[in-house]
Design a protein around this ligand. Sequence first.
Ligand code: SF4
Length: 431
Amino acid sequence: MRFAFYTLGCKVNLFETQALEQLAAARGHEIVARDADAVIVNTCTVTSVSDHKNIRAFHRLRRDNPHAVIAACGCFAQTDPERIRATGEIDLVCGTTDRAKTLDLCEQAVGGAVDAPAPAPDAGFEQLPAGVPQGRTRALLKIEDGCDNFCTYCIIPYARGRVRSLPPAQVEQEAARLVASGVHEIVLTGIEIAAYGRDLHPQVTLVDLLVRLLEAQPNVRFRLGSLDPQLVDEAFCARLQGFDGLAQHFHLSLQSGCDSVLRRMGRRYTTAQFLACVERLRAAFPDCSITTDLIVGFPGETEQEFAQTLAFLRRCAFAAVHVFPYSVREGTRAASMPAQIERPLKAARAAQAKRVADALRSTYLSRFVGRTLEVLPEHPSGGCWAAHGRYGFPVYIDDPADRCRKNRPVRVQLTGLHRDGLRAQLAPAQE
Ligand code: SF4
């Protein structure tokens, strides 16, 4: 059979689709871009914009695969199956678990009619094979699913269920398999990786797991997905300091820089506690890149509260801020909160926050100009090589003498700001 896959949303969704592609190929199926016999679309529902993107994708996939069985899985399928069925484009609506079964259902459906069971979010952790096409520099490794936090604006716990973790021994096996396939960097991802291991017996922590991986695979770089600031305590820094294999890029999810808004969001830290995490990381990893997510226009957000948030962004001096206008999610507590902010004001605040974020990013990147850095060339890009170092920002290497090779580390001299990162030339010793 010819299978096509399409992913919307986060790294966890991307990991799951990559895994399904691998399983399909292992079953002898052909992976195609269009005119497929079966299509699996992995959906997202983190914002209302995501829902619209899903529906547009359904119509496009039906147009590109007119005779295919199309299966929708993922968070939108889990939380709003009827809305998906109402589009008339989707044959099978699965959920956020039992992904491998989605392949079985497609195979059966192509062979004749089949009825998908109602999606159940709370099954155990479904281990899917990590993997990327041969030669890729970086691979995702899903270590955790679900979330127990129920932030007031978030639909994810309703889509993904409670925290479930992949036991450390299996994580280590998957990491070893990825390294054997030629991967140089592994991104540990999940819905709420700060909660990793909470459900395991005996309990383990994300730091326990990371130390185990860094010791087992000293020649590979490990990068962490989005982190809850509460995880970043003294022990976190003390235990991880000194590992060359740890990417010094920490994505600490802030969401608001104002305590009263954080309380309404149901976030479990204050701005003072968040700032202490930032300072702790900078003390342990002086040049580290700290990035974050920010929601603007949360219900009731006053001009004064928003001003506090902008000031706090500057105080934390982030290397990047991903800005999202608040999106009403039916079924969450925030959806029924008073004083919902009008769309134009949300858009204006998002634009203002982005301007602050852009200035902070230039300031962070500029401090590296003139310095040397070891980076990993990944692919040619616009006449130079796109590469990454341990701080996570992209580096674009001018290589007139064609010295760079994919996945072979080089030392570069950083010469200036360029696109979303820095421009560089090979450091003298490399010439
Ligand atoms: S921590 Fe909060 S925002 Fe993140 S997935 Fe869980 S409920 Fe959603």
